[in-house]
Design a protein around this ligand. Structure first.
Ligand SMILES: Cc1ncc(C[n+]2csc(CCOP(=O)(O)OP(=O)(O)O)c2C)c(N)n1
Length: 278
């Protein structure tokens, strides 16, 4: 498997910039193995990212990649997909990138059900800028902008995605790396807007401030708090308190946006030709 996926990495760009204990490399590994399972063609796959530690992942991948502006990865990806619907487009974003500055693009990509696979590296914090709270920071967690703990409730990202119209929604963690690989692969196989939340550790800007230990301790935390969705659905809300479901959380069928758009263009061209003939 490793030989099969090495070709997807720009090894000349390594070593990566991530801190010791950061989980982003595990998400990148899962993503790379998912490319292998999908047998992705490097000439017909595009990886788009926003700005942040996690968004640096696109630079390590050997595809046509775009490292765009903060919060705008989905806008760039939407343009690419509309211009070249035959391309497979993956979008890498951080929790701040996707639900803070990019929250508007996120809900509208979901609303359109455009065929993109979004992977959200959720480290609960704005990592690159040193630890400001994000819309996914847990209630009462500490950040540079909330030294006594944030008073704001976080989004439940899968619920937000599903309610906005995403037709494939999953959540994995860096502890459950094989599951994460499979979730990304299934998301990419699904036609429509797919969202895979990857819970990842930021020991430096989040863990340290919130007394969660080092990268290893934070992986164990994921192991203890991530409950497979089949089991989570049988538990009482009180038993799920502080825990989160992992696995495929939502899957549905709905018209996909580039299909709708192409049909619309075809119809207009036929009408235009007929009008010219008459
Ligand atoms: C328009 C704009 N605003 C603010 C910034 C500064 N900035 C760079 S990265 C970042 C936060 C990234 O956090 P997140 O998306 O959670 O990704 P992480 O670094 O944690 O992976 C911010 C605010 C910027 N680059 N551009």
């Amino acid at each position: 498997m490793q030989n099969k996926v090495n070709k997807y990495l720009r090894s000349e760009m390594l070593p990566h910039i991530w801190c010791p204990g950061c989980g982003n490399g595990i998400v990148l590994g899962a993503l790379t193995r998912a490319f292998g399972l999908l047998d992705c063609d490097q000439d017909n796959t595009v990886v788009v990212s926003g700005i942040g530690c996690s968004s640096r992942a696109s630079g390590y991948l050997d595809f046509s990649t775009l490292h765009t502006t903060h919060g705008r990865a989905l806008a760039f990806a939407t343009g690419i997909k509309l211009a070249r619907p035959e391309l497979k487009v993956f979008v890498i974003m951080g929790d701040g990138d996707s639900t803070g500055i990019g929250g508007n693009h996120f809900i509208h990509a979901a609303r359109r059900n455009i065929d993109l696979t979004a992977i959200i590296f959720n480290n609960s914090i704005y990592g690159m800028t040193g630890g400001q709270s994000s819309p996914l920071s847990p209630l009462n967690s500490k950040a540079t902008t909330a030294p006594q703990g944030t008073l704001e409730r976080p989004f439940d990202l899968p619920e937000l995605a599903r309610a906005a119209g995403a037709t494939y929604v999953a959540r994995g963690t860096t502890y459950h790396a094989n599951m994460l690989t499979q979730l990304i692969k299934n998301g990419a196989d699904h036609k429509g807007f797919s969202v895979v939340e990857a819970i990842t550790a930021c020991p430096i800007s989040y863990g340290r401030r919130n007394k969660m230990g080092n990268g290893y301790d934070m992986l164990l935390w994921q192991k203890e708090h991530g409950i497979p969705v089949e089991r989570a659905r049988k538990l009482e809300p009180s038993e799920m308190e502080g825990k989160f479901a992992i696995g495929e959380l939502h899957k549905s069928d709905a018209p996909e946006f580039t299909d709708i758009y192409e049909r619309f263009i075809d119809e207009k061209q036929i009408n235009h030709r007929e009008a010219k003939k008459a």
